[in-house]
Design a protein around this ligand. Structure first.
Ligand code: SF4
Length: 310
């Protein structure tokens, strides 16, 4: 069950506090930080598409792999992709392996992206062909976008999977499809120093939260969802809860909540000292269960570490 409307005020004030603590200064822990380095709109869009596709696994490893991929694409990635042909450029990513995505899968992804840029002019234009302003979410348009691009991908001659299919998951299935929703969030949310706001027509209230392991776990601790399986339904339920707090922009909280997990500030096995300094403690199911005496001791220790008296 999603959040009860009566709990929304306290949850909103806690999450707003979290957003003030985890903002653009923390982009260096995220692949999106590398995308911000490009001044041109078309390069940001192209680099972000690769960044989102590779955003699985350990955050440091993601940034390292993305850096290598972007280095190969050069200072003008959109221009490189526009001219990319797998027959002549298929070795561009040789030597790069991100988890199970190898250089051949990356080359097919680059060919597909370049073909889309040549055919539609931009990824936004390809997406907008199926955009429905009356739809509650962008998932339908995203599935059509993914299908349109997928049709432009070259086949694979390799006997073993090259990882390409993993880069292009289908949003119409039961999975949360975090990475394509992450790409949409970066494009659609206004430029607040974190997200890029490159696409003007789709509305932020149509976004579905990009559900990763951190959002799923911390969303449960905060009562944003009671579901156990981190799938599409959980993503929709957490989004519905966040809409009670911010109807126009539910995904605004995504970056800050995921930072808690990515930076180890809310580890899987809770650490009471970290909880004592956490902006979410008032709404957290874990902190609520901690006995009062232990809470006071942890709060006092955390205060003394900050050089304050408790
Ligand atoms: S209070 Fe502790 S368990 Fe709860 S969100 Fe914060 S760090 Fe995580």
């Amino acid at each position: 069950m999603a959040l009860a409307p009566g709990d929304a005020t306290l949850v909103k004030s806690s999450l707003d506090r979290l957003m003030r603590a985890y903002g653009p200064a923390h982009l260096d822990s995220d692949p999106l930080g590398l995308v911000h380095a490009y001044p041109r709109r078309e390069d940001r869009e192209a680099a972000a598409f690769f960044a989102a596709a590779l955003a699985f696994g350990n955050a440091k490893a993601v940034r390292a792999s993305l850096r290598r991929v972007l280095d190969r694409l050069g200072g003008r990635p959109a221009e490189t992709l526009l001219g990319f042909e797998i027959k002549k450029d298929g070795k561009l990513f040789n030597g790069i392996l991100h988890r199970w995505v190898g250089s051949a899968g990356l080359a097919r992804f680059a060919h597909m992206t370049g073909a889309a840029l040549r055919e539609f002019g931009s990824l936004e234009a390809a997406f907008m062909l199926d955009y429905d302003p009356g739809a509650a979410t962008l998932t339908g348009a995203l599935a059509a976008f993914r299908g349109r691009l997928h049709a432009l991908a070259p086949g694979s001659a390799a006997k073993k999977p090259d990882g390409f299919d993993y880069l292009m998951p289908d949003p119409s299935g039961q999975g949360a499809c975090k990475r394509l929703h992450l790409f949409l969030k970066w494009m659609v949310r206004r430029d607040d120093g974190v997200d890029l706001g490159l696409w003007r027509t789709p509305r932020p209230d149509q976004l579905v939260i990009p559900l990763d392991t951190h959002i799923a776990r911390i969303g449960g601790l905060l009562g944003l969802t009671d579901r156990r399986t981190p799938d599409r339904r959980m993503a929709e339920e957490i989004t519905a809860s966040l809409k009670l707090l911010n109807p126009d922009d539910p995904a605004a909280y995504d970056f800050a909540i995921s930072r808690l997990g990515i930076l180890g500030h809310c580890p899987r096995r809770p650490d009471i000292l970290l909880c004592a300094g956490c902006p979410l403690q008032d709404i957290c199911r874990h902190w609520r269960k901690v006995p009062k005496k232990k809470k006071r001791a942890a709060l006092a220790q955390a205060a003394s570490q900050r050089g304050e008296t408790f």
